[in-house]
Design a protein around this ligand. Structure first.
Ligand code: ADP
Ligand code: NI
Length: 218
């Protein structure tokens, strides 16, 4: 099967699977990650086909949605791609990406080895910052019952969704807990450059947020 046809088939499956998500992992998140990853892959001279497949499948076994993410990453990827007669070598390269994207061990435990996988992770992180990142963060907060901000609640580090749901939090917390740290975690030079502008936009946004919160006049 031609690479283009494989991509189109995978797009249809992923679109159907993610169309109803409102936690920030909807089809358009996947599509943005895919388009950003393709651009980075071209500049970084990576394998664009493997990168695109990895981006399309990167959230199919997220630890937030499936019980056994490692197993789901390997089996779901193999199932989808072997049904489309994708060569074994390509399947393994994509499995490596999906497996390491679903991992919940945090940054220290990051075992992503391939350039294509690092690019997908970079594109995923880029989608969590900047204007889109801000929107996703408040959408996520709203879905899980957090308020916008409460100056009386101190900083919190949530290890997982359960701790997030148990401990009353506010969404501005997530900027400090995670989003403002992402620009320093990009693997590729291209993503580092893209992250700078998005990071600055969040810094400016937070200044403005607190400015308005404090009823400052100018
Ligand atoms: P990934 O895209 O790698 O799966 P996450 O699941 O951590 O990343 O985050 C998905 C989106 O949800 C991101 O935009 C992120 O900012 C947002 N999000 C995750 N955790 C929180 C939280 N505790 N509060 C607000 N937004 C969150
Ligand atoms: Ni993602």
């Amino acid at each position: 099967m031609e690479e283009n046809t494989v991509i189109n088939q995978v797009v249809e499956q992923i679109k159907a699977q993610f169309k109803d998500d409102s936690s920030g992992h909807d089809w358009f998140h996947i599509d943005r990650v895919r388009r950003t990853a393709k651009k980075i892959a071209t500049i970084e001279q990576a394998d664009v086909y493997v990168t695109e497949l990895g981006a399309l499948l990167h959230d199919i076994a997220d630890h937030k949605f499936v019980e056994n993410p490692d197993e789901a990453a390997l089996t779901s990827t193999a199932q989808i791609l072997s049904a489309l007669n994708v060569p074994q070598k390509t399947i393994e390269a994509v499995q490596h990406i999906v497996l390491n994207c679903s991992f919940k061990g945090g940054v220290e435990a990051n075992k992503m080895k391939s350039l294509e996988g690092k690019i997908v992770q970079d594109a995923d992180k880029l989608d969590a910052i900047g204007a889109i990142g801000i929107a996703r963060t408040f959408a996520f907060g709203g879905k899980f019952g957090a308020i916008l901000f409460d100056p009386n609640i101190g900083p919190m580090d949530h290890k997982d969704l359960a701790s997030y749901q148990k401990n009353r939090s506010h969404t501005i917390n997530h900027f400090h807990e995670k989003l403002l740290k992402l620009k320093d975690l990009m693997h590729t030079k291209t993503a580092q450059k893209m992250a700078l502008k998005r990071h600055q936009f969040m810094e400016d946004y937070l200044i403005e947020f607190h400015h308005e919160w404090n009823a400052e006049i100018n």
